[in-house]
Write a protein that binds this ligand. Sequence first.
Ligand code: AMP
Length: 215
Amino acid sequence: MRVILLGAPGAGKGTVAKMLNAHDGSVQISTGDILRSAVAAGTALGVEAKGYMDRGELVPDALIMGIMEHRLQEPDAKKGFLLDGFPRTIPQAEALGKMLAKLGIKLDAVVSLEVPREVILDRLTTRRTCSNGACQEIYNVKSKPPGPGDTCLKCGSPVIQRADETVEAITKRLDTYESKTAPLIDYYRASGVFLAVPNLVSAEAFGAIVKRLGR
Ligand code: AMP
């Protein structure tokens, strides 16, 4: 399937994307993961993106479009993709539309995952992430704690609270979402493939998407 996942930070885009990937062999493309790997590796992209990310601001559109143009053409995206965290602004959505038309790719759905703000704040402040850029396994201090000494159960690296998951940065990210990304819901509502799905329980959101897409 070829799907855009919209939703605030903490709405569960990554979790639902992984379930859909396991279901149909599509690939999750998360701009946040790509940027965090670049920061961890200290590449030019990472150095440029880090300040914006730590402050909970969006990285400039031009940087993101460069990453996506390249990423969408990699062989693993041929089987389908779930876009997680992209597009984040109307200009990104317009540029994506042109890019997909050029590549001859048609979207199956634009899914908006909907979660109340207080649930999001709780999810994000209790979230922990593996610091290994190649792993980035997600933990939660309440529902899925990391291993002894705050280490990753998958790769053994330290598990950390992301710099952009402090209360200040989360508040800023949610405000950024409301002003810059939420307008995409109206932008895509008229597309004929828009679907709003509550996501308090990821397995239920996954089921609703698969049912709607009929696969
Ligand atoms: P995420 O993990 O998707 O919440 O992304 C973490 C941070 O990466 C965001 O707060 C932004 O600073 C940056 N970022 C991720 N995706 C984008 C995007 N499509 N456009 C601009 N900035 C992005």
